[in-house]
Design a protein around this ligand. Sequence first.
Ligand code: VG1
Ligand code: CO
Length: 549
Amino acid sequence: MSSTEFPQIKIPLEIPFLDQKPGTSGLRKSTKQFQQRNYLESFIEAIFRTLPGVKNGILVLGGDGRYGNLPAIDVILRMASAHGISKIITTKGGILSTPAASNLIRKTGAIGGIILSASHNLGGENGDFGVKLNASNGGPAGEILTNQIFECTKTLDSYKIIKAGRINLDKIGVYQLGSMTVQVIDGIDDYISLMQKIFDFDEISAFLKNDFPIVFDALNAVTGPYAIRLLEELLGSPQGTVRNSIPLEDFGGCHPDPNLTYAKDLADLLLKGDKYSFGAACDGDGDRNMILGRHCFVNPSDSLAVLTANYNSIPGYANGLYGVARSMPTSSAVDVVAKDLGINCFETPTGWKFFGNLLDAEKITFCGEESFGTGSNHVREKDGLWAVLCWLQVLAHTKCSVSELIQKHWQRYGRHYYTRHDYESIPLDIATNLYRTLEDRMDKLIRTDFAGRKITMADNFSYLDPIDASVTKGQGLRIILEDASRVVIRLSGTGTQGATLRVYLESYVPSSGNLNANPQTLLSDLIKSINDLAQIKKMTGMNAPTVIT
Ligand code: VG1
Ligand code: CO
């Protein structure tokens, strides 16, 4: 095909203001904002001008199926061609989970990937949309690159695109767009074969068939087709095991955030009913996971600790772990296991990109965040279905129920009681004022009383990356007490309505203590004290958090 069939045009740009939050590996905004003229194009132009290797490079492209995905893919394909990308690998229907995209980038030697998703935020015309950029290691673009892209958005005056008809993504095949090849692949296969390398499917399958009924809720988001293939077709669970399995543009109204509030139907099935022994859900783009057992919720911080303690049940890791890492607000449950195993445990700021260097340098094998994120060195993103398979493998290998496994864990290591309180949609000025006021007081808090104990440390968390020696400051206010209890306060970087304040609370009870208290009760003195100290109720006018985990 001659290039005259695809004339390249340069469109002058009135730059919309892209108020990308510093440090985020993409742009996440309301769908309405993305519909503004030139909004998507500006950000994509900045990416193509900044990302190394664009000329003649391979790029992976896909999304979680939410409203706006297909038109965005069309624009990005035509802009990629105009910028000299040699090949785009995309998928049938544009459906590609974040961990599957990470795998594809690594497998194909791509210069990176663009994932269209606002992750766990609502979708649809009244929901959110997002563009996430991943680098050539398969992980979220790091601070340096994202800051360069943001700088670039400020000076754009035009963008490049070719004129061409829309490629039909319903069919697998190879297409030509100007000088660029578009390869439409199935998108599921590569991920499934990666899982088959890590797990013993026969062992899991035999275990499930022996009276261990499971249920998975894809919340009408990206994981449905992956979960059907894995759980129903390969592991032999009955049809219907995967609920809400078809990715829909508005997620069928589901809020694709796998927690006790937004995945309530699933939670009720497990916590109140007796039909299932195991339940799980993933978020919009498939990188988060929630694990439930019969009458039992697995806190994500505990999940990381339990998987670390049982790593040798999983064939892909049976040779040992390099080390582990957790984000700062994640509970210290995994630290205790790491110590017992004699491996390093790193503490990073919130956000998966901070694990990238540690994974690349083979300092860690497992990592996780309290926000329902668990993953390993198999890709450079957190991976929801991988975590589900890890749990099933460990249960199959140890022949335990979820609650038995958790109880045994606490009996051995003690329990890190943990909760997170989210206050959503606070007016920005109020949230900033609350945070700044507390921040200003941090120095003076040391050695004062808090919940009947002395504060031994109070600071704003700063991270020195052990690999590239970069320093990231201002990652959350933490108050540490003499008994190692912790309270952490952060402002969310992913919310799109006003500000979200997150309060994280943790207290350790040794194995000789009460291991089965209600976390809200056990942590009530910390909850009250931080409310008093930061004046959360008074300043926000909210009597209770929006979400309690
Ligand atoms: C939240 C979580 C954080 C996670 C991030 C992206 O960020 O707390 O742990 O890495 O979402 O997850 P914040 O800044 O809102 O607290 V996802 O599923 O959007 O890739
Ligand atoms: Co996500």
